[in-house]
Ligand binder design. Structure first.
Ligand code: PHE
Length: 337
């Protein structure tokens, strides 16, 4: 009994050894079982005393083992808890947070600016009807200017839109001019059958602008575009309008923005101009085809390319960077700095 007690409280320092101790002392082949088995060889006078003693020893050992087990379990738990303690004073690992794509940032800043000027934001389908992309933009089927925009056709009548201008026709058709003038911008993706290189992408972005009311002038167009240039490049930049051609505007202009800042002392010949967008006064045919009377209403439209703006603003030399999704490129435009 004493040896058993010694095994339990001194030798069994972990749960596994304790289990072995239980088997050794109380198991089928253990000494106690043997004693109980040997009872039948005892005289009837000896039996009660030996039996009582054997039972007492068994109960005592069982109790001792149970106590020891609880103690060992508690000890193990304490040890595990100590090991798993978290040091809350350790500095955390930084988690990388994403941010809007640089093109999205430009589009959103334009949206903010135009909403501030009372424009609505309209979206149109990227899979578009020839009817809206070309016909209603004053480009009939045999018009040579269709070649200016190499097109992905899906069927002879359905295509990937080559410009956001079809949203002009869609909005003109549904706008209720009795409720007020039409002022909208329409950002989105456009597609052209170009071979991708540093300055061409078969898919890029445009932001279309359209203002139609009763007395809109080219001065309104220039003032609006100057505000855009100031927003995107800074208030010390100038713009310049050059005559151009688009089938859906007359007159049409190409708009340049000054590369550097322009002050009162800057000599005109020192300004470097960069072409950034196309614009003009909406062609009467476009209004007429959309059911708007060109003798009453008129206005301006423009189409600018966020890709081109971003390239100029940040000195990105290859347009394909915007579409490769390389985080090393994209994280450079983290607004949180
Ligand atoms: N849609 C023209 C383009 O893609 C741009 C433009 C829009 C020009 C509106 C004039 C007016 O080149």
């Amino acid at each position: 009994r004493e040896r058993a007690m010694h095994d339990i409280s001194v030798v069994a320092t972990d749960l596994k050894t304790l289990h072995q101790t239980r088997v050794d002392w109380l198991g089928k082949k253990g000494p106690l079982t043997e004693v109980l088995r040997g009872m039948k060889d005892l005289t009837p006078e000896e039996r009660p005393a030996i039996g009582a003693l054997a039972n007492e020893v068994r109960d005592a050992l069982t109790q001792a083992i149970t106590d020891r087990q609880s103690a060992l379990e508690a000890e193990a738990l304490t040890k595990q808890l100590a090991q798993e303690t978290i040091d809350v004073t350790l500095p955390g690992k930084p988690v990388h947070q994403g941010q809007p794509h640089v093109l999205q940032q430009i589009i959103e800043s334009l949206e903010d600016q135009f909403m501030g000027m009372g424009y609505q934001i309209v979206e149109g389908p990227e899979v578009e009807q020839d009817q809206y992309n070309f016909e209603m933009m004053n480009l009939p089927k045999d018009h040579p200017a269709r070649d200016m925009q190499d097109t992905f056709y899906i069927t002879p009548d359905i295509l990937m839109r080559t410009q956001t201008s079809p949203v002009q026709a869609r909005t003109l058709e549904t706008h209720d001019f009795n409720a007020g003038p039409l002022k909208m911008i329409s950002p989105g993706r456009v597609y052209r059958r170009d071979t991708d290189d540093a300055t061409h992408s078969h898919q890029f972005h445009q932001v279309e602008g359209l203002v139609i009311d009763k007395h809109i002038t080219m001065g309104d167009l220039k003032g609006t575009l100057l505000a855009v240039a100031h927003q995107l490049f800074g208030a010390d930049h100038e713009i310049r309008l050059r005559p151009s051609y688009f089938p859906f505007t007359e007159p049409s202009v190409e708009v340049d923005v000054s590369w550097g800042a322009v002050t009162a002392d800057t000599k005109p010949e020192d300004i470097e101009w960069i072409e950034v967008l196309g614009a003009g006064m909406v062609h009467p045919n476009v209004l007429r085809m959309a059911g708007v009377d060109p003798d009453v209403y008129g206005g301006f439209a423009f189409g600018l390319g966020p890709d081109r703006f971003a390239m100029l603003k940040y000195g990105v030399e290859d347009i394909r960077n915007f579409y490769l999704n390389d985080v090393r490129f994209l994280t450079q435009f983290d607004q949180k700095g």
